[in-house]
Write a protein that binds this ligand. Structure first.
Ligand code: CUA
Length: 325
């Protein structure tokens, strides 16, 4: 039973280590490496404390056990100044050992943030999706944050509705997303790859599925992506034209931000994404499934059902969305 408990604990610590690019214990960025160093130091100190306390406990159990024929009450002690000073001083020393690197890393983090050539991305958390804006590049996207490998990225994080928490376990620690407040998170990725991100603050029915991805690319690939994002998509076929008209009628209000009450993700380059709503594989079947009943896929999603279109109209809408590359 103890073994299975440890297995469960290690699973919790790795955050489901089976998923690639989703482990605190395999950091792929400067900030994540700092966190892991701190985890190791804290674990090392805790194991030391555990060993000492358990040793004293076992010693006392054996040394002062009830023996046969000895029925007198042992001497009762009330207060011991030396002992009390010792067990106050030891935690102070241990906490100081923990505090020094914590403060050091905190200042190192702000150095990452301050570096000259860093890329700024504005992150906004909504129920239940993420918006990523690149103010210097004129790009806006959702659910997938593209970053160049090796470059410092300065995230400016805001919330629009309730509390969320931005977390990419392999790259960095969590940052609270608080409406009305701006938080920042400097991070970088040392290797190209897709790193899984999660909302780490209970924010409603769709919280568990408020996923996103960080796609770290070599600088040249990142620049290609930027160029593609900056290039307007064209509508080619008659079917795509019909889809565009349907999109403008049914979706544009929320997805272009003209509806003040409800805001949906920007879909300008929807065809380039790798997931639908941040969770489903990006294909036409899943897109139809999502459009027809969003809350069946992601509970609490604010998007209304688009279940009133003729099958042929649905085909056109899907075709149009997928063509936006
Ligand atoms: Cu957003 Cu949990």
């Amino acid at each position: 039973r103890v073994l299975s408990l440890f297995a469960l604990m290690s699973l919790a610590l790795t955050g489901c280590s089976g998923v690639d690019g989703f482990s605190v214990l395999k950091p792929k960025g400067t900030s994540g490496e700092m966190s892991l160093d701190m985890i190791k130091l804290a674990l090392f100190i805790m194991l030391g404390v555990f060993a000492v306390v358990i040793s004293i406990y076992i010693y006392v159990l054996i040394r002062y056990r009830k023996r046969k024929g000895k029925d007198v009450m042992p001497e009762q002690v009330h207060g011991n100044n030396v002992l009390e000073i010792v067990w106050t001083a030891i935690p102070i020393i241990l906490l100081t050992i923990l505090a020094i690197p914590t403060v050091k890393y905190t200042f190192n983090m702000s150095e990452i943030k301050a570096s000259e050539d860093s890329l700024t991305v504005k992150v906004t958390g909504y129920q239940y999706w993420w918006e990523f804006q690149y103010p210097d590049l004129g790009i806006k996207t959702a659910q997938e944050l593209h970053i160049p490998v090796g470059k410092k990225v300065n995230l400016i994080i805001e919330g629009k509705d309730v509390l969320h928490s931005f977390w990419v376990p392999a790259l960095s620690g969590k940052v609270d997303v608080v409406p009305g407040r701006t938080n920042t998170l400097p991070l970088d990725a040392k290797e190209p790859g897709v790193y899984q991100g999660k909302c780490a603050e209970l924010c409603g029915a769709g919280h568990a599925l408020m996923d996103f991805k960080v796609i770290a690319q070599e600088e040249s690939d990142f620049n290609k992506w930027v160029a593609q994002m900056q290039q307007p998509s064209t509508v080619q076929t008659a079917q795509q034209k019909q889809g565009e008209a349907l999109f403008n009628q049914n979706c544009l209000g929320c997805h272009a931000g003209t509806n003040k009450n409800i805001k949906g993700p920007d879909l300008t380059k929807f065809g380039t994404r790798s997931t639908i709503a941040g969770i489903l594989p990006h294909d036409e079947e899943n897109l139809k499934k999502w459009l027809k009943d969003p809350t069946a896929v992601k509970p609490g999603a604010q998007m209304p059902k688009i279940d009133y279109l003729e099958p042929q109209e649905m085909e056109a809408l899907v075709e149009y969305l997928m063509s936006r590359k």
